[in-house]
Design a protein around this ligand. Structure first.
Ligand code: PLP
Length: 363
């Protein structure tokens, strides 16, 4: 019997098996046209059908209201670190940047090229664990063009589960590692962006959901056309040739999600998976997680061995047990289990079993 492998990579990350099999079966001859999907024009009627469905499925999944537009572009989330300020700074020429960890901090660093952003540090300590200040305590500034934050810090495994409620503020969210993991009230946001490779599909495409009226603003004159939301929108996300493969697979993932019960199904499943894993960590004095329960990520579960001398052994034995890519981020060390939508609960249970066995062996 083939050994079952579970992939805990943070990104590019695991995709649903069912989708991969479909891609494989269709790869040489898509829909009986005699060509692969990656060999045909993005403007062909065949590909346009794929695109149309991808918009339709996504709109349904996230209940995206009509006054919002959906763009698929390139350059990843980091491309948006530049695109957001260059498109949205228009009146006050500054913005609030919430610093909750690595990615939100780096989005601010990039924005500093275009303005002098207000950095708002929301990192805190609660009951000697890392936490994030509640949104009601975020000291936003009056005259800013938007507020930027990251609801799920992929590296630290820290999440902000609250939804923003800032009267009159345009809220921009980097949802790269949390999009489609839970329901969101799209109306609370001006711009939601996410690179695909965590919870959507293969790397190479970036999703943007934005309030249509934000297109009217005057943009930075140096804004590269390729990052200009107006241009991308006017050209139906095809100003330049899109990553057709990534877009196609993403569409299949959206469809797979709908078939399985949509966002509410995955939200419940993700919560259950994360809860099981944190319970395992908390119930032992062999493993430790340093994030306060109110800010723990449901997507990226970070943990450490109390005895760090066992780290290399843990990693080696985890791989021997078919549990791959648990190594934490290089800036952070320890371990990280990324358990996005595609990770079945059986994968989390296999990890928990391994952790129990390892502890028993080496305690
Ligand atoms: C992965 C990630 C990024 C970087 O994405 P790229 O597509 O590599 O630019 C940015 N923000 C968050 C929250 C991420 O998880």
């Amino acid at each position: 019997m083939k050994k079952i492998i579970y992939n805990f990579s943070a990104g590019p990350a695991m995709l649903p098996q069912e989708v991969l099999i479909k891609v494989k079966n269709q790869f040489l001859n898509w829909n009986n046209i005699g060509s692969s999907i990656i060999e045909i024009s993005h403007r062909s009627s065949e590909f346009l059908k794929i695109i149309k469905n991808s918009y339709k499925y996504l709109k349904k999944l996230l209940s995206i209201p009509d006054e919002y537009i959906i763009l698929f572009c390139q350059g990843g989330a980091r491309g948006q670190f530049s695109a957001v300020p260059m498109n949205l700074l228009n009146k006050f020429y500054t913005a609030d940047y919430i610093n909750s960890g690595y990615w939100s901090y780096h989005s601010m660093v990039e924005a500093s090229k275009y303005c002098t952003p207000y950095q708002i540090n929301v990192k805190s300590i609660t009951e000697s664990k890392k936490s994030i200040l509640p949104m009601s305590q975020w000291n936003l500034n009056k005259n800013t063009d938007y507020v930027h934050y990251c609801p799920n810090e992929t590296i630290e495994g820290i999440a902000i589960h609250e939804e923003p409620n800032f009267q009159g503020k345009i809220v921009v969210g980097d949802f790269s590692s949390s999009i489609l993991s839970r329901s969101i009230d799209v109306k609370k946001y001006g711009v939601i962006y996410a690179s695909a490779q965590k919870n959507i599909g293969p790397a190479g495409i970036t999703l943007i959901i934005m309030r249509r009226d934000l297109l009217k603003y005057k943009t930075n004159i140096l804004l590269p056309t390729i990052l200009n939301y107006k241009t991308i929108y006017k050209n139906q996300s095809m100003f330049n040739t899109p990553n057709t493969f990534s877009w196609y697979v993403s569409g299949l993932v959206f469809k797979w999600m709908i078939k399985n019960g949509g966002i509410s199904f995955f939200e419940k499943l993700n919560y259950k998976k994360a809860k099981l894993l944190y319970q395992k960590i908390d119930s032992s004095n062999f493993y430790i997680n340093d994030v306060h329960i109110k800010n723990r990520s449901y997507m990226n579960v970070v943990f450490n061995l109390v005895d760090q001398k066992l780290n290399d052994l843990f990693l080696k034995e985890s791989i021997m047990n078919g549990l791959n890519f648990l190594k934490g981020h290089k800036f952070y060390g320890g371990f990280r289990a990324s358990i996005y939508n595609a990770m079945p609960i059986s994968g989390v249970k296999a990890l928990i079993q391994f952790m129990t066995d390892f502890e028993y062996k080496y305690k």
